[in-house]
Structure formats: structure tokens, C-alpha cells
Ligand binder design. Sequence first.
Ligand SMILES: Nc1ncnc2c1ncn2[C@@H]1O[C@H](COP(=O)(O)OP(=O)(O)O)[C@@H](O)[C@H]1O
Ligand SMILES: [Mg+2]
Length: 237
Amino acid sequence: MEKRDELYAGKAKSIFATDDPDLLIMHFRDDTSAFDGEKLEQLERKGLVNNKFNAFIMSRLRDAGVPVHFERLLGDQESLVKRLDMIPVECVVRNFAAGGLVRRLGVEEGRELSPATYELFLKNDALHDPLINESVSITLGYATEQQLEEAKALSFKVNEVLTAIFRDAGILLVDYKLEFGVHNGQLMLGDEFSPDGARLWDAETREKLDKDRFRKGLGGVIEAYEEVGRRIGVTFD
Ligand SMILES: Nc1ncnc2c1ncn2[C@@H]1O[C@H](COP(=O)(O)OP(=O)(O)O)[C@@H](O)[C@H]1O
Ligand SMILES: [Mg+2]
């Protein structure tokens, strides 16, 4: 697999072309950002930790029948993925109230949400990822009705699989964001699943073990990511 030009550098990852037009290399950098890119820092080992965390989760999802872009690990900070035409919509599933839901609706943080909620946000930092819905997405051409239906079904399938994995490790899967894209006409899960895009709390103490540690300046960010990984069975070295 030959690595070619950098196609895109996002807030946390860089995407490279390969000699195969169907495949891309996703490079996880140590950069950490929050508040739509306003707070930016380098955290040592973050690229490695998120790359291996994501590889583990994507493999478990694939085993459970979820179509995923992840092909294989290439190195400490790189994975091979299928090239997708990304849908610019972030799909968010919540099992407990936190973050934006608490701010918008005044719900008490930590309240269990049953059944789990499902929200769509436009992926647009300049607009601060505004809340949208299926009707807006269809009319403005972000996605088709069928893609949105499939993305929703897959988002809940992911919830079933991952809630169980984290529960068995004494961790609450509070909420998470997924990005989907299309490869050869098939909708599949793209981007990453890591503590950067999910809220994960210790089930006993409700200690935050995810990117909220960075947002709130609590410290021990990567240590927490590794602790979660270690508990679910990710190997980092
Ligand atoms: N398989 C894929 N094919 C093409 N683009 C992808 C794929 N998976 C993720 N992406 C996109 O690559 C970028 C990943 O880098 P990231 O640092 O997360 O960027 P951003 O700041 O835009 O969120 C995202 O824009 C994401 O939508
Ligand atoms: Mg991103």
C-alpha cells in the first residue's frame, strides 16, 4: 500500500490518498480540539490511543454486521479505510442526558433517556454544528430519505452492540456521534469511534472518562481514554 498526497487535514486527523482509488489512509494526529476548533492542544499519545481504540470498536461493529469503512491498522497512528463520499450530517444517540441536550432543554445531567434519543446536526464548524432534522436534510440535499433511514437504523444497531461492550466493562455509554458515507452505493459507518466523539462515564462513580475532561480542563485526558480502552480489551502497545 503506497501512501500518496494528503487530501484533507481536519481538526484531529489527516486523510491521505493511496495507490488504490478505493482506499484512504486515516492518520490520527495528537491534536485535540473542542468548541468547534476554538480550543486546540497537542496531547502526547492521543493519535495512537484513538487509532487503536477506533480499530477495536470498528472491528467489533463489523463482526456484529455493521458496514464500516475500517479495513485494517497500518501503524500506531494510521489505519486503512474505504474512501467514502461523506454525508455532512452528524448522527447523535443519547442514553443519558449530557452536553447539548442539557444546555438546550434544561434536562438534568445524567438522567437516563429511555428510549435513547436520536438527533441530527449539520457538520459545519463555522455554524457551530446546528441541530437539523430529516426534512431539512432531504430538502437541502445533505442526504436522501433512504440514507437517513439507514443511518438511523445503523446508529441504533451500534447502540445495541456498544452499550453491551461498555456495560460489561463497568462503563456507561452516555452518548456518541457517528458520521456515515457512501461507498459504491452502500451506506457505511465512517470517521472514528473514540472517547473524542462519545461520552463515557464510570458506571459506579460517574467519573467522566472522555473528551469532556479536555473541554472542562480536568486533566488526565489520555489516561482516561486508555483506562476505558484497557477495560474493554484494547491493546495499545
Ligand atoms: N472513509 C472516509 N472517506 C472520506 N472522508 C472521510 C472518511 N472517514 C472520515 N472522513 C472525513 O475525514 C475527516 C477526518 O478528520 P477530522 O480531523 O475528524 O476532521 P474534521 O475536523 O472535519 O472533523 C472528517 O471530515 C471526516 O468526515
Ligand atoms: Mg472530526
